[in-house]
Ligand binder design. Structure first.
Ligand code: HEC
Length: 192
């Protein structure tokens, strides 16, 4: 709906369809305004992304995933540690990837990048110095450490959720039997 008056007959366009003629009216001003506004906006918008601001679809997806993972981690802390709670973390692939990085930073110096053992024992065999390789046994030794033998008490330095993730990660190493340090402690039945 345009408020503009029809132009004089001189502005009639040449073509004619079945007797219908058309005036050469200018585009409504609101339309032209909206066109230029969206044009200028699109340049700014593209420039903003090209300059490296803003999140790509992939980045925002990863961010959402990270938040969801932290949410799961927080809710898992509401329950006291147990075989069931810890084995649930073992099944969480994304969380185990975080844990592998953490293992690389904190544990690999003594236990090797793959847990195959260096100064500290091989964590991938089915022999254990402390306990029988149950998740709660691992939880105990990781939390309290064996300070007289050089294994730090990690509850002093790591957050509770980090300890749980690492314990679950060590759980995933059990029985991989990677070549490395010879088994120490007592052999136990393989954990399913
Ligand atoms: C400074 C070296 C060192 C670091 C770092 C270290 N450990 Fe240990 N860890 C040891 C030693 C040494 C032992 C063996 C203790 C013993 O002989 O009683 C051990 C034992 C263990 C055991 C028990 C193994 C068994 O056979 O009973 C587990 C599980 C373990 N460490 C996990 C971890 C995790 C997880 C981390 C990282 C958060 C870690 N360790 C970091 C030195 C280390």
């Amino acid at each position: 709906m345009s408020s503009e008056k029809p132009s004089p007959a001189a502005d009639l366009l040449e073509h004619e369809y079945d007797g219908i003629k058309e005036y050469d009216n200018p585009m409504p001003r609101w339309w032209v305004g909206a066109f230029w506004a969206s044009f200028v906006f699109s340049i700014g918008y593209v420039g903003y992304y090209l300059a490296g601001h803003g999140q790509s679809v992939e980045e925002s997806f990863r961010e959402d995933e990270r938040i969801a993972r932290e949410e799961r981690a927080r809710s898992s802390l509401e329950e006291a540690p147990s075989e069931a709670v810890l084995s649930k973390l073992m099944a969480d692939d994304a969380m185990m990837q975080d844990a592998k990085l953490l293992f690389g930073e904190r544990c690999a110096v003594c236990h090797g990048a793959e847990g195959q053992g260096l100064i500290g024992p091989n964590l991938t065999d089915n022999s254990w110095i402390h306990g029988k390789g149950q998740l709660m046994d691992i939880f105990g030794v990781v939390s309290d450490g064996v300070t007289t033998k050089g294994m730090p008490a990690w509850e002093l330095t790591l957050k509770p959720i980090e300890i749980r993730k690492l314990v679950a990660f060590v759980g995933t190493l059990r029985g991989k039997a990677l070549p490395g340090k010879a088994p120490e402690g007592q052999p136990v039945a393989a954990v399913p």
